[in-house]
Design a protein around this ligand. Sequence first.
Ligand code: GCB
Length: 891
Amino acid sequence: KHILAIYGQNVFILFTLLICPFFLQGQPIFSGRQMIGFNDQWSFSKDNQSWESVTIPHTWNAKDVMDDTPGYYRETSWYKRILKGNPALIGKSLFLCFDGLNQEAEVYVNGKLAGTHAGGYTRFIVPVTALVNHKANFKNEVLVKVTNRFNEDIAPLTADFTFFGGIYRKVNLLVTEPVHFYNGDYGADGVYIQTPTVSAEQASVRINSSLENSGTTASAFQLKTTVYNQQGKAVSTHTLNVNLKPGEKRVVTQDLPVIKKPELWSTKNPVLHRAVSRIIDAKSSSVLDQVANSIGFRWYKFDAKKGFFLNGEPLKLMGSSRHQDYEGLGNAVPDELQIRDVTLLKAMGGNFLRVAHYPQDPVILEACDRLGILASVEIPIVNAITESEGFTENCKHMQIEMIRQNFNHPSVIIWAYMNEVLLRPKFETDKPRQEQYFNNVRALAQQLENLTRREDPSRYTMMALHGDFDRYHKVGLTKIPMIIGWNLYQGWYGGELKGFGQFLDKHHRELPDVPLLITEFGADADPRIRSFSPLRFDKSVEYAISFSQVYLNDILSRPFVSGAMVWNLADFSSETRAETMPHINNKGLLTLGRKEKDTYYLYQAYLMDQPFIKIASRNWKERTGIADSASLFCTQPVQVATNLDVVELFLNGKSLGLQSSKNRICEWQVPFTAGLNQLRAVDPQKPMLSDQTSIDFTLLPYLFSDARDFTTMHILLGANRYFMDGEQQVLWIPDQPYRKGSFGHIGGAAFKGGNSRISYGSDKNILNTDLDPIYQTQQVDLKAYRMDVPDGEYELSLYFAELVGGTPKEMLVYNLDNQIVKEIGGQRIFTLNLNGKKFLDNFNIAEEYGYATAVKKTIRIDVANGQGLLLDFIPVKGAPVLNAISVRKLN
Ligand code: GCB
């Protein structure tokens, strides 16, 4: 009880109490290594004065990154916690282990500096033995100063993700005997396992252990390492006698007896062995320290012509990248949710995870080991470097931390170190200076490459480059790493879809000896946006589906492509992003809260081995549309993702026939009636395999006069897209040119965005709303808008936003065509008459409300004598606009 009170949490302690015979005999409580969670009872302060209670993991940016004001808190904050004195720890070695905090730390114990760390994504271990007072109940104060302020010597400098600040990964108190595996080695635990030769016949194991005697007397002990198979049977053991003088540190190597016919680790059958390393006291035979690691016996190679091979068999590496943040939590995410990401990747049929753009929580690679997912890990040099010694040293330090801390994971096959480092080349207007910058980038790359090969000759090295082949080639970066990763977005940020396959072929032609992976490809999908005529950058799920089909076909049909990782497994925070869902990058196959998007089902259809059927419009559950002329239904397509050749679809129990799949999608024209429509997609050969869903359809009248029960309609102008406002349960439809008896605009044209990537509308963050898509499209220069509604009383709402002009913000600076468009203020003034009466007089949106700001004007109106609703737009200066309109019948 006493001990439980001291350290708060703890299964670990309970464990010790139950198994530790010494305790029962009144002997020392701690024997060997204890990792004790140190995450509760912290206080947090932004000014080191007023404190609030927090639990770790914690970030101070979970909320402010989502508001309309640009930027987020990137300053210094403090965390503190009491570590109660415990006489049982006298003579032990104590360490505080931080799994990761963003991004710089100073750790103080009782007012004395115990350690510092720079870099937001790797573990660091602070020895605190000498600073802790063990007097019973003494209140030792642990104070951690943390900042996520910009520091030009720490990567990343810029990136398309949010740099949440805080102690956002777990903290542990590590207690060891003075003789222990050395904990000061770049945050690693001092045991490094290699499998120099592995075949179906036999496996060899070599282990380097870093040992320390921090005590005051010499120590004689045995280092005993045993490998256990999955059934827990010891299959190989090696014992070494070691003597360490007081204060001595030493690395020793053990070659274990070969293991015959080892069970191999593979993505299909990830058999793990367990290596347990023990330091056993020569005199007392007690275990002074113990570290356990997983081993997977596997061998692999990349071949520039034939792709990747695991255990001698060809294996296309298919999977995703992953960022570590989660809806509402920022980067402070509990283990369970993190592990679930790897499970979702596996369930998608994936076999590879690009841990991007930085090392992540240890539970991620542990899950990869267990579930059979191969992985690459990289340090966060993104977009650019600083040409300083500080930056270089910090990058090298991080690279070593990453390698040593993750050395023993069988899932890891690649270490990487730069992402699109020439995306934003500095000194564009000073070519000689730029040349020098490029030389420095190349020199840093070469240093990191050499360092990586030296640290770990058994793995591959990689750099991820964006699609400017010639730039990287000219600077010489394509010659440095063993594998090139390409981040390719043809048909998204620029270019055409067919450019993707052409690019791959170019690599194969020009670098025939360099293996390649597609480290990124993907299109945004905002699950609230759907379209029957999808366009590049419209954010519709449909565009993302057709985009992915082209990419996946091109990848799977080229054996020299070792594999590809979709960008990204889940949506992630990127504070500077605008677009339909500001502050979020929507390229995930899952939402930020890890809900499956319909695109996820397409990947399953491509990647899964088992027969698979999923209605890929199943997330479009609330639909709306205008009835086919004078009928009681509206025909709309429904897509089913499948790896079967043929699927049958049923609507309310009635067959709509068989469809053959094309690029893993079958499509039907479905006549939806008002209300619930049951859909069931079935394997005609094995009807047990099926998927079903029901779609709630709101049928809008072809002619207003057809409908006795018409109540409401919401229309997006200048848009092809449907938008579901889930919160308010409102369904928006695209506008049409005016049709008699119905509705629509008269004159004008859809607004086309001010930059090349947008096919229509604007990608600006519209202020004062979360419903940006309502305001991001508009009809420009329309003469009138007409709705031939029946007589009655109506509420009419008109939606406006000035999409042109304003302060040019740094928008989409991370992306691939990287141009900031300066806009000339689009001052426009117009008058709007409603049914002949003035409604808006000399209306100047920008002047009255500001640029890119949501404006909603509402009015009640009586419609009589069959006149319907007529809006006349009278230009005073520039062209009148209307972004959206909604009408509701009151009585
Ligand atoms: C990239 C970057 C990645 C971005 C991605 C995107 O090439 O490597 O960090 O998030 O593009 O979505 O633009």
